[in-house]
Design a protein around this ligand. Structure first.
Ligand SMILES: Cc1cc2nc3c(=O)[nH]c(=O)nc-3n(C[C@H](O)[C@H](O)[C@H](O)COP(=O)(O)O)c2cc1C
Length: 209
């Protein structure tokens, strides 16, 4: 063994990886990032594809995770929603630089059941709820004054009432069919493992960095 490599670098970081529960390690890594106080530990880059095949990406917050799917919340009239309604395929990346970890996910998106949307929307801070009413996300806005004016109008409209969940606001679940865990190591000898769904079984493949 060359003297500047040590045994720790050969030790797999993925000993807990369980192909029966492909998203468990993702949930663990998000939790670890939260526990360390890392900002926006569930922020992910989300790529969608429009009907002409053009990719578009942006950040969203992964606010839903189960054994087989992840999810996020958004405006159902937004550009990303239009892409998803047109082509369904999505790809996401999460990255925690302090932990030298990356997760890449691919899957098919579908509109989230309304009960999950309602529960999440009602848990949000009141001003965020009002802002959701005021934003016609991804459409042209003439000025910031206009946005603030619309915010104030909805503030007045709902004054002492519970802010209802807008019908144009919702979420998407991504049914995951591929997930790659990446752990950075010295000398770019990074560790990568891909879990792929084939029919109803998951296979695990280790790949070169
Ligand atoms: C860290 C971060 C988190 C974000 N989270 C969300 C989110 O959860 N939902 C959302 O609709 N937009 C979120 N945004 C804004 C989006 O990146 C984007 O500007 C917006 O959704 C419009 O995207 P679209 O025009 O492609 O639909 C976030 C932005 C940042 C920088």
């Amino acid at each position: 063994m060359p003297s500047d490599l040590n045994i720790e670098q050969y030790t797999s970081q993925f000993t807990d990886l369980d192909s029966e529960r492909p998203l468990q390690l993702l949930a663990d890594w998000v939790q670890e990032a939260k526990d360390l106080g890392i900002a926006e530990p569930d922020a992910m880059n989300l790529a969608t594809v429009d009907e002409k095949g053009n990719p578009h990406n942006r950040m969203v917050l992964m606010r839903h995770i189960t054994e087989r799917e992840i999810g996020f919340f958004t405006n159902l009239n937004s550009s990303k929603a239009a892409d998803i309604f047109a082509t369904q395929r999505t790809s996401c990346t999460l990255w925690w630089p302090q932990l030298e970890r990356q997760v890449r996910i691919e899957g098919t998106a579908a509109e989230m059941p309304r009960n999950i949307v309602e529960e999440y929307f009602q848990s949000r801070p009141r001003n965020s709820q009002i802002a959701a009413w005021a934003s016609k996300q991804s459409t042209e806005l003439t000025s910031m004054e206009r946005l603030h004016e619309e915010f104030r109008q909805f503030e007045l409209k709902f004054s002492d009432k519970i802010v209802p969940t807008p019908t144009f606001w919702g979420g998407f679940t991504i049914h995951v069919d591929k997930i790659e865990y990446w752990h950075g190591k010295p000398f770019r000898l990074h560790e990568r493992v891909i879990l792929t769904k084939e029919d109803n079984n998951w296979s695990t493949t280790r790949i070169y960095p």
